[in-house]
Design a protein around this ligand. Structure first.
Ligand code: HSE
Length: 395
């Protein structure tokens, strides 16, 4: 039997205990017999059956020679970093859902794991329960991946879906998402795109083999999207999604931004809290990964699957990571695309001419235009000479 410790008994941590308790027999038949020996948390859970396994001192866990895997679901990059490092240095594998730590210190923690004959795995850090990291590492290992493009944040997708379907205001849907427990009390990381940005940074690092810093990625959230944008989007047969993307066709470009998504894109039908990611690679072409990108049991399932791998392949290096060398990203302004622009009627004719508009949608006081294809830099240069511009959204 492999003894497991869970760091942090929050939503995902309690889910890890539940997944192992429910499906231990099944996993045993498949080759790894997991049992949760300890849960590390500073809080008391006296009414919870877990209380007999609760410890507050991390050293009790890492000094116990029976422990072979830690599931780190604490979040943050301070204690989680210190404790993960301690465990790995003892040869204890660590499986995590903590995207902040993976993005910031993943390369270093993977190095430490390698040096100590164990693994640092992070399937649950991107796309929650969707098996994306293992797919890239294993199923697509004979592929050159040149593009990842998708919806990596469930909270913002829920908000945008509700705005689209009910004509609701951003602020009202955000409040509802908070009441339903989808959005945090402080929703900044989700609505400003930081969460999706960290996830695409992890995927870009995995594909390139070098560290992509999330702070180097141009990121725009969804706070400026309004009901009028959705009216235009409907007229264009589109939805609006927060898209995180990276492209390896000429160096590496990456961006997180709201985009108009046409009806023929499979991402158009990714609704509510679900995530959907399109991976383009040279042999397979497009493949799509869809599922619950957040939530207790979905995310915990991915953490436990990693723990299973660590036990089943004990002593072997599982998966791939990246080096600590930083990958310099291309100027995102050189990426080509089309742009949807809202402009006051007085400036619409000139804007349509300058931007080579392919679609013109007249509303009472303003006009929506779809530009010709051009680089972001070219577009912004043209835009700066126009008057009455209200906003733009990328296609
Ligand atoms: N806040 C994240 C989301 C949770 O809404 O997708 C999973 O990382």
């Amino acid at each position: 039997m492999a003894e497991v410790a869970v760091f942090g008994y929050g939503t995902v941590g309690s889910g890890v205990v539940e997944v192992i308790d429910n499906n231990a027999e099944l996993m045993k038949q498949r080759g790894a017999d997991l049992h949760v020996k300890y849960v590390l948390d500073i809080r008391d859970f006296s009414d919870d059956p877990i209380s007999s396994r609760l410890v507050k001192d991390v050293d009790v866990i890492i000094n116990d020679p029976e422990i072979s895997v830690v599931c780190e679901t604490m979040g943050g990059a301070t204690f989680a970093y210190e404790y993960s490092k301690k465990a790995l240095e003892k040869g204890i594998s660590v499986c995590t859902s903590n995207k902040e730590l993976v993005e910031a210190k993943g390369a270093e923690l993977m190095e430490i794991a390698k040096a100590h004959g164990c693994n640092y795995l992070f399937e649950a850090s991107v796309g929650g329960g969707i098996p994306l990291i293992r797919t890239i590492n294993e199923a697509l290992t004979a592929e050159r991946i040149d593009r990842i493009y998708g919806i990596l944040n469930g909270t913002t997708n829920y908000i945008l879906t509700k705005m689209d379907e009910n004509g609701a205001d951003f602020a009202d849907v955000l409040k509802e998402a908070q009441e339903l427990g989808y959005a945090e009390k402080d929703p900044t990381a989700d609505v400003e795109g930081h969460d999706a940005c960290r996830k695409i940074a992890i995927l870009a690092s995995l594909v390139s083999g070098k560290k992509v810093n999330w702070t180097d990625i141009e990121t725009e959230g969804i706070t400026k999207i309004d009901t009028e944008d959705f009216k235009y989007a409907k007229e264009l047969g589109c939805s609006i999604k927060l898209i995180a993307m990276c492209d390896f066709n000429d160096g590496c470009s990456a961006m997180v931004s709201p985009r108009l998504i046409t009806a023929d894109s499979p991402l158009n039908s990714v609704k509510g809290v679900f995530n959907g990611v399109l991976v383009h690679s040279d042999m397979l072409d497009d493949s799509m990964y869809y599922g619950r990108g957040a939530g207790k049991l979905a995310t915990a399932s991915a953490v436990v699957a990693d723990a299973f791998e660590c036990v089943h392949f004990a002593g072997k290096e599982v998966g791939r990571g990246w080096s600590s060398e930083t990958l310099k990203l291309c100027d995102p302004g050189e990426m080509k695309g089309r742009f949807f622009v809202r402009v006051e009627n007085t400036g619409a004719e000139e804007a349509a001419k300058v931007l080579g508009a392919t679609e013109i949608l007249k509303h009472e006081k303003e006009t929506g235009l779809v530009s010709a294809e051009m680089t972001g830099n070219d577009f912004k240069n043209k835009l700066s000479g126009l008057s009455g511009v209200i906003k733009f959204i990328r296609f």
